[in-house]
Design a protein around this ligand. Structure first.
Ligand SMILES: CC(C)(COP(=O)(O)OP(=O)(O)OC[C@H]1O[C@@H](n2cnc3c(N)ncnc32)[C@H](O)[C@@H]1OP(=O)(O)O)[C@@H](O)C(=O)NCCC(=O)NCCS
Length: 147
């Protein structure tokens, strides 16, 4: 199997985001208001030609951080059959590389409890108290300096 990572459209991101993160809900439920902003970056993961993962990077300043270019990582999803192979890491690594090229200084995200260790291994640190996201349960914010 040949795995590759490249930028994709918002529509392609929804094709994976919807079944993984908003299963059973209407397709619109997986869309973000920022999906079509000019600065938003959608990244896709492919196994040969099959689209199997996505993550979206949205330029967004988080209160409390002072860097001028910050991105929020959202919509992180890998199809179940392809998890725990290091492919999520591959996609985030490539996203971080692209953000550095754009001069982004910090990345931050809202992590489900189940994903905390995944992000920890990638160098992210918790930077908030636990908070509740309705329907999706407890989350922490995590962050990493890019440069
Ligand atoms: C979170 C998610 C995107 C991670 O994707 P992934 O492709 O499984 O990520 P990786 O394979 O890089 O890492 C996952 C785990 O597999 C382990 N792993 C990596 N390569 C491995 C290998 N070759 N063999 C065995 N385990 C491996 C990693 O150590 C990691 O363990 P950890 O989560 O306990 O730290 C995926 O689980 C997912 O889509 N989950 C559902 C949606 C979700 O929760 N999204 C995040 C919302 S905040």
């Amino acid at each position: 199997m040949r795995y590759s990572v490249k930028t994709i459209s918002a529509k392609q991101a929804h094709d994976i985001r919807h079944p993984v993160l908003r299963k059973g809900k209407p397709r619109e439920a997986c869309m973000f208001a920022e999906d079509n902003m000019g600065t938003t970056l959608h990244i896709g993961l492919f196994a040969n030609e099959q689209h199997i993962g996505t993550v979206t990077l949205i330029e967004n300043l988080r209160p409390g951080f002072h860097e001028t270019i910050q991105y929020q990582l959202r919509g992180m999803a890998v199809l179940e059959d392809f998890r725990s192979k290091g492919l999520g890491k591959l996609m985030v690594d490539e996203g971080e590389r692209m953000l550095k090229e754009r001069g982004a200084q910090r990345i931050w995200l809202n992590a489900r409890i189940k994903a905390l260790n995944f992000y920890r291994r990638l160098g992210y640190e918790i930077c908030s108290k636990e908070f509740e996201v309705p329907i999706f349960g407890p989350h922490f914010q995590m962050t990493k300096l890019l440069q």
